[in-house]
Design a binder for this molecule. Structure first.
Ligand code: PMP
Length: 366
């Protein structure tokens, strides 16, 4: 393999429910490691499932036109500025393949979504991750310094930020983008935007970016609020058709499967279901956050469907003990965050299962 690939870290996708059941010999597993929506896909979309399945002998529409039209109606972005991916992780990969080469520089944050660091490294690029502040918020002065101090190919970060959950305000986003060199590609990964957009502080990246005359992409997904993680559909909204054309060159022609495209299109039509599940998640998030705070833990402010908290012991060891009790969470390993755990916000029975196991295995705080 290429030297970059030989050195490449492997993305930690966590264990499946089945694997945990088998390894620990337990029947009940609570999966809070991947920020999935436990309420599942739209019942309206599911009503069409059999009909969708019966046309799977056909290749999917390689241009994903029907889904792009639905997204265009929702976002106001023309269909020729929308790119569909097999999950938004594939879009991140396509961006890196199309825009990054050996020695190129990308700036992101720390802690970050793993692939924001891994795919640039695969291309031989230098991914520079700017640590969050001690309060785990975006360190704006440090980011400003990073984007202005050396040539910059790509600025990429998620907002709300995974794994922290914090959100960059519109003003800060505007200032940071303005500071970037004119030709820097700005990528804002909004995998969790449906959870954040109802809040007062939500940074409306599309209206900020639409005023810019520089290249940008906003990434979104059907894996989180739409409850379709298993089908794999994400998308990019792009600044212009030229950028879409570049992405189309590096895209596998049939990269999204036909069932996924159609389920995503129908799910978009059922906004009520999605919004209800988002509301339920936000309410449960407040309950779970208080429960952790009552136990004395510092929990980062979250605008997404997960909480990031400092367990003040080895996160890896704690997560392992939780697994023995059938609870899957995501321990952080990046430098400075080795005691931090990310736990997804799901139903109240899931929070109960998590807290019960957590109280059983955690070390007392002193
Ligand atoms: N971006 C971020 C910030 C994420 O948290 C995730 C999923 N954990 C993804 C992208 C990838 O999501 P998907 O490929 O399922 O669309």
């Amino acid at each position: 393999a290429r030297a970059e690939v030989r050195k490449l870290p492997v993305y930690n996708a966590g264990l499946s429910e089945g694997a945990v059941k088998e390894r620990y010999g337990i029947s009940q597993v609570t999966k809070l490691g991947s920020n999935e929506n436990p309420y599942g896909p739209s019942p309206f979309a599911l009503d069409h499932w059999k009909e969708i399945a019966s046309s799977l002998f056909r290749y999917p529409d390689a241009s994903a036109e029907a889904l792009r039209e639905g997204l265009s109606r929702q976002t106001g972005i023309d269909t020729d500025r929308i790119v569909i991916g097999n999950g938004s992780e594939q879009i991140i990969r396509m961006i890196c393949e199309a825009f990054l080469g050996p020695g190129d520089r990308l700036v992101t944050v720390l802690p970050s979504f793993g692939l924001h660091l891994i795919w640039p490294q695969m291309m031989g690029a230098r991914a520079e991750a700017i640590p969050m502040t001690p309060e785990v918020r975006f360190d704006l002065p440090a980011l400003y310094e990073a984007v202005t101090s050396a040539p910059l190919k790509v600025l990429m970060f998620s907002n709300p930020s995974n794994p922290v959950g914090c959100m960059m305000t519109g003003d800060a986003m505007q200032t940071l983008i303005n500071a970037c060199p004119e030709d820097t590609l700005i990528v804002i990964d909004e995998a969790y935007w449906e959870y954040a957009r109802s809040t007062q502080d939500y940074a409306d990246s599309l209206s900020i970016l639409e005023k810019q005359s520089r290249p940008w992409m906003v990434l979104r997904t059907f894996s989180k609020a739409y409850g379709l993680a298993g089908l794999r559909v994400g998308y990019a909204l792009t600044s212009d058709v030229g950028l879409t054309a570049v992405m189309t060159r590096v895209r596998d022609p049939f990269n999204s499967n036909g069932a996924a495209l159609e389920m995503a299109r129908l799910s978009l039509l059922d906004q009520d279901h999605m919004l209800r599940t988002v509301d339920a998640t936000l309410i449960e998030g407040r309950v779970l956050k208080s429960a952790l705070e009552e136990r004395g833990y510092f929990v980062a402010q979250s605008f997404a469907n997960f909480l990031f908290f400092d367990a003040r012991e080895s996160a890896l060891a704690l997560a392992e003990r939780l697994l023995e009790h059938g609870v899957i969470v995501k321990p952080w390993k990046e430098k400075g965050y080795e005691s931090w755990i990310r736990v997804s916000i799901a139903r109240s029975e899931d929070s109960h299962a998590f807290l019960q196991a957590f109280d059983h295995v955690r070390q007392p705080l002193n």
